[in-house]
Design a protein. Structure first.
Length: 247
């Protein structure tokens, strides 16, 4: 499901709740009593806030959209004024709203988000990159994800020597924490021929930067540093393109 479709679905749920007098939230309310037990398993994105503050109240629709994700991410919220213990454990110190992801790394691992938390697509990309620390595999059934947020995608074939040679640099880009909004993906064209045909792949590897639907072809050096520089220096024109309109 694309982010746009997710947002529309969230909006419809809010309208239905309003007219029916029922509110079914996908945000788990975390308290002093259930916080530690809940976070012992699974991947959690948690917002630490003071619900008296407007900037914390405005996080509700963002978290509701995130709660509709299909990648197994649990979404929770702690009201630090009413439930102080989790916030003290995280040393939040009234920096509201603060967002963290909790997951199984070397033991239970926690990472704090240092960007603007008001954007669901950026938060989801950051959470996936933080948790997986690896390249996201894109297939025919998940291609729609590439048109929400910022993606750098490698379209390759397993037998391609140039593709193999750049694999380490591609993983390094996926682990570059200085680009929290960037998701790094790859498509195996031997398995997902339809995807690669849509992107008019004529040789391997084909590298595409997709910025909220705007597609830019990369043809520079195949190093993590050069990839990151291309991302930072990309055009900021807010335009969209279809797969058949690759630049």
């Amino acid at each position: 499901m694309t982010l746009r479709a997710t947002r529309m679905r969230a909006a419809l749920l809010v309208l239905l709740a309003f007219f029916c007098g029922v509110h079914s939230s996908r945000i788990r309310k975390l308290t002093d009593d259930n916080y530690e037990l809940a976070l012992q398993s699974g991947v959690w994105l948690v917002c630490y806030c003071d619900m008296r503050l407007p900037e914390c109240k405005s996080m509700t629709p963002v978290l509701e959209v995130l709660g509709l994700n299909d990648v197994g991410l649990n979404v929770g919220r702690v009201d630090c004024r009413r439930q102080p213990d989790p916030c003290l454990d995280m040393d939040i110190k009234k920096n509201y709203p603060s967002v963290a992801v909790h997951f199984e790394g070397e033991g239970r691992t926690t990472a704090l988000y240092d960007g603007d938390p008001q954007h669901a697509d950026a938060l989801l990309s950051w959470a996936l990159n933080t948790v997986h620390g690896r390249v996201v595999q894109i297939s025919t059934s998940t291609i729609s994800r590439l048109f929400s947020g910022l993606w750098f995608v490698k379209l390759f074939a397993p037998w391609c020597m140039h593709c193999r040679e750049m694999a380490g640099e591609w993983r390094a880009l996926a682990n570059d924490r200085s680009l929290p909004e960037l998701s790094v993906g790859e498509v195996n064209c031997d398995i997902n021929e339809e995807v690669c045909e849509r992107f008019q792949v004529e040789g391997y590897p084909t590298l595409l930067l997709i910025d909220h639907g705007r597609i830019m072809r990369y043809s520079g050096e195949r190093t993590a540093h050069a990839f990151a520089q291309f991302v930072r220096e990309r055009p900021t024109l807010a335009a969209s393109a279809h797969p058949e309109d690759v630049e």
